[in-house]
Design a protein around this ligand. Sequence first.
Ligand code: HEC
Ligand code: HEC
Length: 336
Amino acid sequence: MVVDRMVRRALTAALAALILFLGQSVSAREAAPTDTFATLVDAQGRIRFPPDFPADFVYIGAWAVAGGNGVADIHAVYARPSDVRHFRQSGAFPDGAVLIKEVTTTIGAPHTTGRAYWPDKPVTWFMMVKDVRTRFPGSPLWGDGWGWAQFDPADKTRQIAKNYKADCLGCHVPARANDLVYTYAYPALGPRAQANVPAKAAPAVQEGSGHRETRQVINVSAMPAATSPVADEVATAKGKLAFESSCIGCHSVSSGVQGTGPSLFGVAGRKAGSLPGYEFSPAMKSSDLSWTAENLDNHLKNTRNFIPDNRMGRFFPGVPDAQVRADIIKYLSTLH
Ligand code: HEC
Ligand code: HEC
């Protein structure tokens, strides 16, 4: 009898412990979204890259960004399952939701499906953290309902964005109606994500064969034209990004800071080779040019021959894509 009672008591205790345990794990799961502010954001609003990424995240969709003759970059976007569930139910991101965009270069080769591209090298990671409470009003990386961050490709623990208004917002304004997120590209978010699809969206399909009976050929001319009022802001932001991948290694944009190349602060309209404090080549000094948009375009197209014997031509072949040059020049014109 005594043994029987002891067993029963032990079982009851075990059951109670199990119920308590289940209860806790359920509430831990429910609490996950706001845990962001305990784990990935510190008291000053500094955002850190999830150390175990992609663990705990699910892939929600991707962009293939077209270059001159194929897919230049793949942008894969991730969120956490609890944030996805919340969005599917309510059509909005919960407080603490985390979105991560992983940008990689691509390589491609003919496959049995056609010319197929796959991710090659990481370029960078972008991260947005939903903040419905305006927690960090004084921080330049928090605003418009989000925290904004970008991470160094060489070291994911290094956050490199400085000011979301300059570094991010201009390019996200077209998605303002979707809380600044391009949700329609993320099938995992469900039907509510399909609001405000650009009117000019067109299939990137041209001719037959391959996996879908039609070979996927990116049709750049069918892409929406950049005629919106924010097009200028977008071009400047794109130019900044291109500048940071091609030029920043040699050129500072701060006044008076010389590197391998001269500071490009205030370069628009400046006489070539005239900046005090930088030792220009005789070729640059005697070129008798000023940096109009047209001359900048010619120099960036052909760094070797537009100004023969200048020193930049020895190091850097130039920017072949006319649109990228135009964006960089637009960005340079803002540096004053
Ligand atoms: C050159 C324009 C541009 C800049 C600059 C830019 N973004 Fe984006 N971002 C986009 C576009 C367009 C998309 C969706 C399409 C794509 O990736 O090609 C996107 C997608 C994202 C996504 C995936 C979720 C979404 O919004 O669709 C995140 C996260 C993101 N950006 C964060 C950032 C952060 C943080 C910054 C600043 C540090 C930033 N972006 C700067 C244009 C930009
Ligand atoms: C590998 C180093 C390097 C890279 C990369 C580079 N430049 Fe240069 N750049 C130089 C050097 C060196 C000079 C000085 C040339 C001379 O004196 O002959 C220069 C000069 C210039 C000038 C003339 C400035 C003046 O005051 O006359 C401009 C404009 C310029 N670069 C723009 C760019 C842009 C835009 C990019 C990116 C698309 C870029 N450069 C990439 C090294 C570089």
